[in-house]
Design a binder for this molecule. Structure first.
Ligand code: GLA
Length: 439
């Protein structure tokens, strides 16, 4: 059964589908390592810094220990850590071209003079975690040594260094061996006894040949890339959303605490997205329960992008403890509606304006497929484009959101079943208010 409506979905179907995801569709068992109970938050170098290894010419931006140490410093100083961003992740191009005499991977000696263990110690001293990158096949995508034939050695090396996350790419591997490779590395990591979060690209490399087995993937990995690399452009973000919506019946049920679909990095703060497009990426990554791995230069980021990435209301949707991934519930009049069930029967709604000409367009919120949760009443908060308490609403409400071309309005809806629950909802506010007055 498809969860998507590629054309219009009426209200009843939308409500039914949402209820189905919320109640029936329990994800398969997750990888049992106690990690990624909420989507991972952090920073990953690839989209912004790629394989820049020329430290003579470009010492500030090349892949070197300095880059990660500086990012860690800024993470702590500029409120990123407090906002929830935790992992600083190295991507491709960090190792030496040769393994050492014992067959172990080694960091490039000139660019990482202290070695990875020292870097991990530094990152840990800041209260952060360190991620590293390797590949299931013969080589990494950029041609550095791959882990094929060395899974146990590499897992042990990463554990000895104190690494906290492994991104395991899928280049240079025969596709039929992908599953075995990813599973064996998962076992090897587990065998070390270290807490290493396991980020896979297994389905991305399998899709060209067959539909991946998401039950097995969820049992093996803490998150997994399904689709092409994100680029610093609106077209790239749109294509990821389109792919996700058109495969949501397959991939959404696989997500839940311990394992998540990974639509790739956040480009926010770079060159290619307008601010409203940045808002769209942030809103939709929250709806998709996606890992929030920024790839940008935290040392030099504009205040609006920073504020968006640190927006606690959007982060709370992304990290919602119910752990259900949202999905597209309607496409209508060049709008896309995406919805995500949240804890305490709440709902997040994103309305994206797909019309890339003209000005802002209005959308009646009561046309959202799940708006029935507003019967008899609900409380609505708009988070994007501006934070606004929209107050009590009913099923007949005339509430509209005004959405810029390629922008997204993001709302949360809290149903109010009867006077008692309404009272409870507001009692907390009153208590807080009351305490403040007393103080
Ligand atoms: C692949 C991955 C990217 C990045 C590069 C590095 O393309 O999908 O995320 O890791 O390799 O070479």
């Amino acid at each position: 059964m498809r969860l998507d409506s590629s054309s219009n979905v009426n209200m009843d179907t939308g409500v039914f589908l949402l209820a189905l995801i919320a109640c029936v569709a329990r994800p398969a068992e997750a990888l049992d390592n106690g990690l990624a109970l909420k989507p991972t938050m952090g920073w990953l170098h690839w989209e912004r810094f790629m394989c820049n290894v020329d430290c003579d010419k470009d010492p500030d931006n090349c892949i070197s220990e300095r880059l990660y140490m500086q990012m860690a410093d800024v993470m702590v100083k500029e409120g990123w850590k407090d906002a929830g961003y935790e992992y600083i992740c190295i991507d491709d191009c960090w190792p030496s071209r040769q393994r050492d005499a014992k067959g172990r991977l080694q960091a490039h000696p000139k660019r990482f003079p202290g070695g990875i263990k020292k870097l991990a110690d530094y990152i840990h001293s800041k209260g952060l975690k360190l991620g590293i990158y390797a590949d299931v096949g013969k080589n990494t995508c950029a041609g550095y040594p791959g882990s094929l034939g060395y899974y146990e050695t590499d897992a042990q090396t990463f554990a000895d260094w104190g690494v906290d996350l492994l991104k395991f790419d899928g280049c240079f591997m025969e596709w039929k061996l992908l599953g075995e490779g990813y599973v064996n590395m998962s076992k090897a990591l587990n065998k070390t006894g270290a807490n290493i979060l396991y980020s896979c690209e297994w389905p991305l490399y399998e899709w060209p040949f067959r539909q991946p087995n998401y039950t097995a993937i969820r049992e093996t990995c803490n998150h997994w890339r399904n689709y092409a690399d994100v680029f610093d452009s609106w077209n790239s973000v749109k294509s990821i959303l389109q792919w996700t919506a058109s495969h949501q019946d397959i991939i959404v049920p696989a997500a839940g605490p311990g394992g998540w679909n990974d639509p790739d990095m956040l480009d926010i703060g770079n060159f290619g997205l307008s601010h409203v497009q940045e808002e769209s990426q942030m809103a939709l990554w929250a709806i998709m329960a996606a890992p929030l791995l920024m790839s940008n230069d935290l040392r030099d980021i504009c205040p609006r992008s920073k504020e968006l990435l640190q927006n606690s209301h959007i982060i709370a949707i992304n990290q919602d403890p119910l752990g259900k991934q949202g999905y597209r519930t309607a496409t209508e009049d060049h709008f896309e509606v995406w919805e995500r069930p949240l804890s305490q029967n709440r709902l997040a709604i994103a309305v994206m304006n797909k019309m890339e000409i003209g000005g802002r367009r209005e959308f009646f919120i009561r046309e959202t497929p799940s708006w029935k949760i507003c019967s008899p009443q609900c409380n609505v908060t708009q988070i994007l484009p501006q934070y606004k308490e929209m107050g009590l609403q009913t099923p007949q409400s005339d509430l509209v959101v005004s959405v810029s071309p390629s922008g997204t309005a993001l709302l949360t809806v809290t149903p109010i079943r009867d006077f008692t629950s309404f009272h409870k909802l507001h009692q907390n506010d009153l208590t807080v208010h009351h305490k403040r007055i007393i103080l």
